[in-house]
Write a protein of this length. Structure first.
Length: 155
């Protein structure tokens, strides 16, 4: 910005010197104060016109919203992640994981097929292994949790 203004002032002073020299050589008797004042007004008008009319063009920065929010932004996902971590580290039976998987399976069945879990027609969409794993009264191993999630995705 400063470089642009210094170059503008240098060009204006140079043109003003040329105009004064031409007027002297041509035989006119110019008053330097008036010539400087007219030159300053013309230079200022030119600079304002250039600054206003010259389009800088579109910016190249594009704001792109992330397609998937951060994992910490989804509270349900964070809750399920904490639940799975505590289940994996715990030694006793934790029914919270099994209950969460059952809720997820019921919600998927209701959302995709408009069926209740106990509906006889739900047997066509729910894998028998999923019903067995969700009915187990022991801690689920990571491989079993993975199978449950796979079967829930297939609903």
């Amino acid at each position: 910005m400063r470089r642009r203004w210094t170059s503008r002032v240098a060009v204006a002073v140079g043109l003003l010197g040329v105009v004064l020299l031409v007027l002297q050589v041509a035989g006119f008797d110019p008053v330097p104060a008036r010539v400087v004042l007219i030159g300053a007004v013309c230079a200022a008008a030119t600079w304002v016109t250039l600054d206003v009319l010259v389009d800088a063009g579109p910016g190249w920065e594009v704001d792109v919203a992330p397609a998937v929010p951060e994992p910490s932004a989804d509270t349900r996902l964070a809750t399920y992640r904490r639940m799975l971590d505590s289940h994996r580290q715990g030694a006793g039976d934790d029914p919270a994981v099994r209950d969460a998987l059952a809720r997820l399976a019921r919600r998927s069945l209701a959302h995709r097929h408009h069926l209740a879990w106990d509906d006889p027609a739900a047997g066509q969409h729910v894998h028998p292994d999923l019903r067995t794993l969700l009915g187990a009264q022991r801690p689920l191993r990571p491989a079993e949790i993975e199978r449950c999630l796979h079967h829930i995705e297939e609903i």
